[in-house]
Design a protein around this ligand. Structure first.
Ligand SMILES: [Zn+2]
Ligand SMILES: [Zn+2]
Length: 594
């Protein structure tokens, strides 16, 4: 079993918080050293802010000429000189007015603006020995000598205070570690991640494209092989849902504004939605599928015996995301969720959640992900619904995890206002976490839509609603799959499972027979009979990361065989057509990793 399946122990977030904070301190301290180095090299540069972030730190500078890669190496050199001198980071305070005066004289207008925005009579300054100082509350490591390993990674544009009406600054990203070997490992993973970038592979494998300029940002076009990959995923997902007692539903992509008012989206989510007018009435493109499923639930009187009702839809939604955060398939404006809503009685929550968790684990294993991270988020301060329901639902979620012997973390008070939830992240081949499944109890929508079923006492009772997605956004999941497999999909997922290549023109008829034979059996195979050299055609199929290349010449045609080259194993020799066909079908059916 994989790591998450061992033990049902609670892991609290604070366990790892301390180390994270130390590393954050180190990285933030490194940003001070970087700013000092930049000022040493280009004294006219104005400094702004430099926080620690996931995986490193950045600092934003106002400098007329752009930083080049060569500049980054120069900055690193000066940083190393500073670090060698081991100046201590010391905190001091300064009267607000004096600080404004000082930074103004230094020409640091951004610091002046920051201090002017602070209410306190005194401001905190961090000194790097007697060498440099910065407006900062800290905390820092004791001295710059603690920075044993760092690297400047890239430069990007960033608006001052994230506001596009402000001046565009230059942001230098870097990272730092306590040990050189940790940095080395990080840089190796970073390099590998660059090679696996789904945007790069998406183009190389001709899977998808986003035509920002001509069609709109964050909107995905699946090319034939990408659409095939998606079809394979969708077929899998639909079939599994039906097997597990879900009913397929389909709901419209646009709905009246009134419905979004009733659901609360108009109030809480409006800036993320696309509104427009139809016949003098307001409509919106759906950002979520829940209200649609609710209307179907409400279409008839429901009895306690009908529950649970599980509606599933591959629901395409549109959400307004800021242009700056869009990122390939991972952050888009239009995407499809494998979305389901379970309407159940409170006493059914646990079984339902257990079944969903099981569903998540099986699905992820089929797609090749063995490592999952689970978080349970509990009642926040601004909750709605009865304490009774919260208690029942939270216990049901927690007991489900315990009974399945699954390791999880609790995020106390981090639930949605409408109910507790479980979030599941998968870890890919590089150990990176990706958000996928979510299971959320909801006491709000059943109330807002006045949902009811007739209970065993003959009274109307409100059902609990569970929102859940397994893959989450299919777009994001496709991006995850591309990076996890570096585009080399296992046979069951590969858009093209085999390419058949006739050595010469007179072998084309036989190659075509093989292709038709395989196609009839449901194998995704293409013929490459182009007037190109054999080597070139093999190389192209290899570049496309097709699992099998089948080469046919005189001997193969005479013996009813195919010469098989497997992507992962190389030459397998000539195999009888029927034998290889059965083998490929079996491999695809078993969803083997390779
Ligand atoms: Zn600082
Ligand atoms: Zn929902």
């Amino acid at each position: 079993m994989d790591a998450v399946m061992i033990g049902g122990r609670r892991q609290r977030r604070t366990d790892t918080m301390k180390y994270k904070t130390d590393l954050d301190k180190l990285r933030h301290s490194c940003s001070h050293v970087m700013a000092q180095a930049v000022k040493t090299l280009w004294p006219d540069t104005k400094v702004t802010i430099g926080p620690a972030i996931d995986n490193g730190f950045y600092y934003d500078f106002d400098k007329a000429e752009p930083f080049t890669d060569e500049d980054l190496r120069k900055i690193e050199k000066v940083m190393r000189q500073i670090i060698e001198r081991k100046p201590a980071f010391r905190q001091s305070t300064m009267a607000r007015d004096a600080a404004i005066k000082m930074f103004r004289e230094m020409g640091e207008d951004y610091k002046v603006e920051l201090i002017e925005g602070l209410p306190d009579p005194e401001v905190s300054i961090f000194n790097t020995g007697d060498e440099w100082l910065d407006l900062c509350k800290g905390p820092h490591v004791s001295d710059a000598g603690q920075i044993k390993a760092f690297k400047l990674l890239s430069v990007a544009g960033a608006y001052w205070r994230g506001n596009e009406n402000n001046r565009m600054l230059q942001r230098i990203y870097g990272t730092a570690f306590f040990k050189p070997e940790e940095l080395k490992k990080f840089l190796t993973v970073l390099e590998e991640a660059r090679n696996r970038d789904h945007r790069k592979l998406g183009t190389q494998l001709d899977l998808f494209h986003i035509y920002h300029e001509t069609a709109g940002a964050g909107l995905v076009f699946y090319h034939p092989d990408g659409a095939m990959l998606r079809k394979i995923i969708e077929d899998y997902v639909r079939e599994k849902h039906i097997q597990r007692g879900y009913q397929l539903v389909m709901t419209p992509n646009i709905l009246k504004g009134k419905l979004w008012e009733q659901s609360g989206h108009a109030e809480h989510y409006r800036e993320n939605m696309y509104y427009f007018q139809v016949d003098d009435e307001e409509y919106a493109v759906k950002p979520m599928n829940c209200p649609g499923h609710i209307l179907i639930f409400k279409s008839r009187l429901r009895s306690y015996r009908d529950l649970p009702i599980r509606y599933f839809e591959l629901g395409t939604v549109y959400r307004q995301e800021k242009a700056g955060v869009l990122h390939g398939l991972l952050r888009v404006r239009g995407f499809t969720q494998d979305d389901a809503h379970i309407f159940c009685r409170p006493d059914q929550i646990k079984d339902e959640v257990k079944a969903v968790i099981d569903f998540v684990f099986t699905t992820m294993r089929d797609f090749g992900f063995e490592n999952l991270e689970i978080e349970l988020s509990t009642r926040p301060a601004n909750y709605i619904g009865s304490l009774d329901n919260w208690e029942t639902a939270t216990r049901a979620l927690e007991d489900s995890l315990k009974e399945k012997n699954i390791d999880y973390e609790i995020n106390e008070g981090d639930g949605a206002f409408y109910g507790p939830k479980i979030d599941i992240k998968l870890k890919d081949a590089l150990g990176r976490s990706w958000q996928c499944a979510t299971i959320q109890c909801d006491f709000s929508l059943p109330q807002r839509f006045d949902l009811a079923f007739v209970n065993d006492q003959g009274e109307n009772q409100q059902p609990i609603m569970i929102h859940r997605a397994i893959l989450g956004s299919i777009e994001r999941f496709v991006g995850t799959l591309i990076e996890h497999y570096a585009g080399a999909f296992p046979a069951w997922l590969a858009p093209v499972q085999a390419v058949v290549i006739p050595i010469r023109d007179n072998h084309e008829a036989y190659a075509r027979d093989v292709m038709e034979n395989f196609k009839t059996a449901g194998i995704r195979i293409v013929l490459d009979a182009r007037n190109e050299s054999l080597n070139r055609r093999i190389r192209e199929a290899t570049m496309k990361k097709v699992p099998y290349v089948l080469i046919v010449g005189d001997k193969e045609a005479a013996d009813k065989k195919v010469a098989v080259r497997k992507r992962t194993e190389g030459d397998l020799g000539a195999l009888p057509v029927e034998e290889f066909k059965a083998r490929l079908l079996k491999e695809a059916e078993s969803r083997q990793a390779n």
